[in-house]
Design a protein. Structure first.
Length: 176
């Protein structure tokens, strides 16, 4: 949910701006809007969802997509809002968009949803198996091989089979 001037509930659970509401195909939605609400809605088939979630094993588990509300940290909510506003602003400035640009745009919108969904899940504390320098080198090689084609973070995560968030990025180790 992007915004709401009033109280909103889904399945009798409060929904705040930034929260993610999951409604699997075929399920009914039970919601109460006391003053309206603004949403970004995403409908994806299973194969597109798997591609968009590459590197996020927690989100590829079907049990993760049960009907319900995911509460997102307010700081993440603001980050996602800024990204979506930037995407909309760029669309208004663009006269035509290439096929590659459309794919990048689609990935960017889905990425905002993925970031919010990941934020609402308990954090995975598994250690990273590759060094930062090695990962950067592999990503640079992949981007160079794309020959100037826009490469989205979701594509990199899918190809490298890496999460968008690593334990190191969330809580960096401090050295004395």
């Amino acid at each position: 949910m992007l915004a709401s001037p009033g109280h909103v509930t889904h399945w009798w659970e409060d929904v705040r701006p930034g929260d993610v509401v999951i409604t699997p195909p075929g399920d009914e939605m039970d919601a109460i809007y006391l003053s309206g609400a603004w949403y970004v809605a995403i409908a994806m088939n299973v194969s597109d969802l798997a591609t968009a979630l590459g590197g996020e094993e927690r989100l590829t588990d079907p049990a993760c997509w049960k009907k319900g509300v995911r509460h997102v940290d307010p700081l993440m909510t603001e980050t996602v809002r800024r990204r979506l506003a930037g995407i909309i602003l760029n669309l208004k400035r663009t006269v035509t968009v290439s096929g590659q640009g459309v794919d990048f745009l689609r990935r960017s919108v889905v990425e905002a949803f993925v970031m919010s969904s990941l934020n609402a899940l308990p954090q995975d504390r598994a250690p990273s198996l590759s060094t930062g320098a090695r990962l950067v080198s592999e990503v640079e090689s992949y981007v160079d091989a794309a020959n100037g084609r826009p490469v989205h973070i979701s594509e990199l995560c899918n190809v490298r089979r890496r999460s968008r968030f690593s334990p190191e990025a969330k809580s960096p180790a401090r050295r004395p």
